[in-house]
Design a protein around this ligand. Structure first.
Ligand code: SF4
Length: 211
C-alpha cells in the first residue's frame, strides 16, 4: 500500500502543519479530496524560486526531501542578505494575535528545505508576524524590515522570533513525518469543540461532536 506521501506525490508544508490540529482529519482529506499527483515534483522546474519585491521582502518557494518525505513550502516572506536568506517568515491576521505551533512547523520545514538548497544555515532567523488587521500586519512588516525582525508585542500585534537550529527542527518534525512515510497510522485528536467545527463530524468514527 502506498504511503500517504507516495499517494500525494509532493506534500504541501501546510498539510504537515495541519497535523497538529487533527492528524486524522488530514488522513480523511487525503482519502476524499486529494487524488494522487504523480510527477508533480518533476513539473517544478527549479528547486527554489526566489522573487525579490520592492518592500525589502522576497517571496520564496522551495521543495526537496525532508527525512525521506518530498515537501514543498512557500513561506510568506524571506529577508535576503546577499545570496542567502537571513529571516524566513510566516504572517497571519488573528485575534488575539498569537503564534501557533503550526506556524513554527511550517517555518521549520521551510528553513530545512532552504538549508538543503544552500540558501539558509544554522543560526538564521524565523519570524511569525501576526497582526490584528491587514493594516496592522503591513505596519509590523514595515517595522520588521527597518529593525531586522526583532521580537515585538504592541497594540497592533506580535512579532515572534526564533533562531533556526537544525537539530531542534528535525526533532520537532520527526514524528509528524513518520505518518507521511507510512510508519504509523494517523492519530485522531477529538475534542467537542474541534469535532463540532470539522466537516467530517458526521462520518469520522472518532468524532465526539455533540452539535
Ligand atoms: S471529527 Fe474530530 S477526530 Fe474526527 S477528523 Fe474531525 S476533528 Fe478529527
Amino acid at each position: 500500500m502506498p504511503s500517504p506521501a507516495e499517494k500525494l506525490g509532493l506534500v504541501p508544508a501546510s498539510m504537515v502543519a495541519s497535523q497538529l490540529y487533527c492528524e486524522y482529519k488530514v488522513h480523511l482529506d487525503l482519502g476524499r479530496n486529494r487524488p494522487p499527483v504523480p510527477g508533480l515534483s518533476r513539473r517544478i522546474a527549479r528547486r527554489v524560486v526566489l522573487e525579490e519585491s520592492d518592500k525589502g521582502l522576497a517571496r520564496v518557494s522551495v521543495y526537496g526531501e525532508v527525512m525521506g518525505v518530498p515537501i514543498v513550502a512557500s513561506p510568506d516572506f524571506a529577508v535576503l542578505g546577499g545570496e542567502r536568506v537571513v529571516v524566513v517568515g510566516k504572517t497571519a491576521i488573528r485575534e488575539p494575535p498569537r503564534r501557533l505551533a503550526a506556524d513554527m512547523v511550517y517555518l521549520y520545514l521551510s528553513t530545512v528545505l532552504l538549508e538543503e538548497n544552500g540558501l539558509a544555515s544554522e543560526g538564521c532567523g524565523m519570524a511569525v508576524v501576526v497582526g490584528r488587521s491587514e493594516g496592522c500586519l503591513e505596519a509590523l512588516l514595515r517595522k520588521g524590515v527597518e529593525e531586522g525582525f526583532k521580537p515585538r508585542k504592541d497594540g497592533c500585534g506580535i512579532v515572534y522570533t526564533e533562531v533556526y537550529r537544525r537539530a531542534e527542527a528535525v526533532g520537532r518534525l520527526y514524528r509528524l513525518l513518520q505518518y507521511w512515510r507510512g510508519e504509523r497510522p494517523p492519530e485522531p485528536r477529538p475534542s467537542p469543540s474541534r469535532c463540532a467545527k470539522c466537516r467530517y463530524k458526521g462520518l469520522c468514527e472518532h468524532s465526539v461532536a455533540t452539535t
